[in-house]
Design a protein around this ligand. Structure first.
Ligand code: B12
Length: 152
């Protein structure tokens, strides 16, 4: 963390063109006081790693909506390790195709190295609250939403 402001890299990974979620997340996080680098949609793994290294990012938020997140994220955490960085990593969106149970989806992405896994029902205030809790920022604010997740 540079000073007291956590820095966050956000982007939609792989060939996924869905940009609305990360654009709004970008705004919500900036408003909440985070430093944000938004890589946009269709972002390759290498760009996440390069931006995280360059920004000395505290957290990397990966978005995926089109159902191919597992393939797109395969090897991402190994690339972070190769670059000798270890940001907190969240992934969110529509992470699988069809009716796959979210608990199984979450388990899979946790195995792949993500610290927290969020579904497409996740609200912006929930993401802000999770990051604030993660970095001990303004811990008394923004936690009124009962669905706030506890890092497990
Ligand atoms: C708009 C849209 C498009 C637009 C995208 C335009 C753009 N530039 O963004 C276009 C028309 C291009 C498109 C294309 C496709 N789409 Co589309 N699209 C949608 C739609 C209708 C809305 C998405 C959206 O913007 N939502 C609003 C934002 C605010 O919500 P969000 O992205 O979900 O983000 C929220 C959360 O998910 C969360 N979140 C998101 N990312 C992250 C990351 C982190 C770390 C965290 C914590 C939280 C988080 O926070 C946000 C706030 O609530 C959805 C259906 C729907 N209602 O969701 C389908 C949908 C996502 N698309 C779908 C599909 C299948 C496609 C295509 C493959 C269709 C096709 N056969 O061509 C292509 C993929 C093209 C590609 N290369 O990506 C499916 C995905 C199905 C799945 N995963 O099983 C959906 C769910 C529609 C459906 N019901 O079938 N799409």
């Amino acid at each position: 963390m540079t000073g007291t402001t956590p820095s966050v890299v956000v982007g939609t990974i792989g060939s996924d063109a869905h940009a609305v979620g990360i654009t709004l997340l970008d705004h919500a996080l900036r408003e909440a006081g985070f430093e944000v680098e938004n890589l946009g949609a269709q972002t390759p793994q290498s760009a996440f790693v390069a931006a995280a290294a360059e920004q000395e990012a505290d957290a990397v938020l990966v978005s995926s909506l089109y159902g191919h997140a597992e393939q797109d994220c395969e090897g991402l955490h190994e690339q972070f390790a190769d670059a000798e960085i270890d940001p907190v990593t969240y992934i969110g969106g529509n992470l699988a195709v069809g009716q796959r149970e979210f608990a199984a989806v979450r388990r899979r992405f946790r195995e792949m190295g993500f610290d927290q896994v969020f579904d497409a029902e996740t609200g912006f205030e929930e993401v802000v609250a999770a990051l604030r809790a993660e970095f001990g920022v303004d811990e008394h604010a923004g936690v009124e939403d009962e669905r706030t997740r506890v890092r497990s």
